[in-house]
Ligand binder design. Structure first.
Ligand SMILES: CCCCCCCCCCCCCCCC(=O)OC[C@@H](O)COP(=O)(O)O
Length: 237
């Protein structure tokens, strides 16, 4: 990105509702990231400009989190990221997480599903909830995504919002697991990987039976629910 493009993007970027510390982190990191790292983005047209939406990314490396925030901002949305709760207990990052309205997940505990409530509230407020459905970095040696957890489908169903799957690739070379960030920045040589959004996955498919012709149709029966959860998980997981 050239400095002129950087200025134009910075001008267009959404600012409302970022909170002080999340805003500061963005203002400090954004120019560095987009000037020095080649973060390619495609498919931004699939992200609705307003209204509740879930962005679902695969997860390869710590640098995905910055890439995901950049992707959301470049798509005109301020992301509310579901992230491991331990980040809220860290000195500087904790403030960023709180001020940005991000959503803590107590992974591997019975409290994990408590994240669904603030996520539903954010979606009801028309916000952009961002999630890594695998819940951690993939353990596949070739980097293929693992099967997603069910949370993303549950959020989509509960709030009836579309899920935008975003494929992430290349950040595993930018900041490999377990490497020192400084070392990675020194070695990055303009690499930044690419991320590409796909078409929205909607939680309920339109039914074309006589009564509900062509309209989205919700039923209370469990089989239908399981079918939709399965469909949504397969599509994004
Ligand atoms: C220009 C952009 C500037 C953005 C700066 C601020 C970024 C704030 C958002 C941070 C979002 C963090 C999301 C973390 C997702 C997450 O929690 O994934 C778990 C992985 O860690 C793996 O952890 P582990 O399983 O413990 O190895």
């Amino acid at each position: 990105m050239t400095p002129v493009e950087l200025a134009a993007w910075t001008w267009k970027m959404p600012r409302r509702g970022r909170g002080f510390w999340f805003s500061l982190a963005i203002d400090v990191l954004w120019p560095i990231v987009v000037l020095f790292v080649r973060l390619r983005v495609r498919g931004r047209q699939h992200v609705p400009g307003n209204g509740g939406v879930i962005l679902a990314f695969n997860h390869l490396s710590n640098s995905d989190t910055v890439a995901a925030v950049v992707f959301a901002l470049m798509s005109g949305r301020v992301p509310r990221v579901l992230a491991k709760a331990s980040l809220w207990r860290m000195p500087v990052i904790g403030r960023v997480m709180r001020s940005g309205g991000h959503i803590p997940v107590e992974r591997g505990t019975v409290k994990a599903s408590e994240a669904l409530k603030p996520a539903a509230e954010a979606l009801l407020n028309g916000e952009c909830v961002t999630v890594f459905p695998e819940g951690t970095f993939t353990d596949d040696p070739e980097g293929w995504p693992m099967k997603g957890k069910s949370g993303v489908a549950r959020m989509a169903l509960e709030s009836q919002v579309p899920v935008i799957p975003v494929a992430e690739w290349g950040t595993q070379d930018l900041l490999p697991r377990g490497h020192d960030p400084a070392e990675a920045v020194a070695a990055q040589e303009g690499r930044g990987g690419r991320r590409r959004a796909g078409r929205p996955v909607r939680p309920v498919r339109p039914r074309t039976d006589r009564r509900g012709a062509g309209r989205g149709h919700r039923t209370g029966d469990g089989r239908h629910h399981d079918h939709v959860v399965g469909h949504t998980c397969r599509a994004i997981g």
